[in-house]
Design a protein around this ligand. Structure first.
Ligand SMILES: Nc1ncnc2c1ncn2[C@@H]1O[C@H](COP(=O)(O)OP(=O)(O)OP(=O)(O)O)[C@@H](O)[C@H]1O
Ligand SMILES: [Mg+2]
Length: 112
């Protein structure tokens, strides 16, 4: 299993949800976030060294998927969420070693 932490523009949330549901994942955690990537602001290099980090509103979607579904989901995110402009977001991928449904104690990928 892989955990995808998907940081996106707020207006892209519906598109992302459609991608996940189409790939048969309804389980997701969505959080309003503030973030900063490479561009602190549009200032020149000398200004950048003294500038404060400029946080912008983002949406953070956390979802855990099967290994075999990850590439298709990443491809669709790139195809449908890239505007070509800076600030489109980032996906962090990490390994998940186990999952448990608290109600039943079930473990592993059947919980997804
Ligand atoms: N190293 C990081 N650790 C945690 N979160 C990060 C990191 N880098 C970026 N983020 C998050 O991802 C969001 C995506 O930022 P952004 O889209 O500006 O990425 P970028 O790498 O600057 O790419 P681009 O050049 O397309 O703007 C940030 O707002 C922040 O929430
Ligand atoms: Mg950026």
């Amino acid at each position: 299993m892989k955990k995808l932490e998907i940081i996106i523009r707020p207006e892209k949330l519906e598109t992302l949800k459609a991608i996940l549901v189409k790939n048969e994942y309804n389980g997701m955690t969505v959080t309003a976030a503030m973030g900063c990537g490479h561009q602190k602001t549009l200032a020149d290099k000398s200004e950048r060294e003294t500038m404060e980090v400029n946080l912008l509103p983002k949406i953070h979607v956390m979802t855990v998927v099967l290994d075999e579904d990850m590439e298709e989901i990443l491809t669709e995110i790139h195809e449908k969420l890239s505007t070509g402009n800076v600030g489109d977001g980032t996906v962090f991928v990490s390994e998940v070693i186990d999952v448990m449904r608290i109600r039943t104690g079930e473990r592993g990928h059947k919980v997804l």
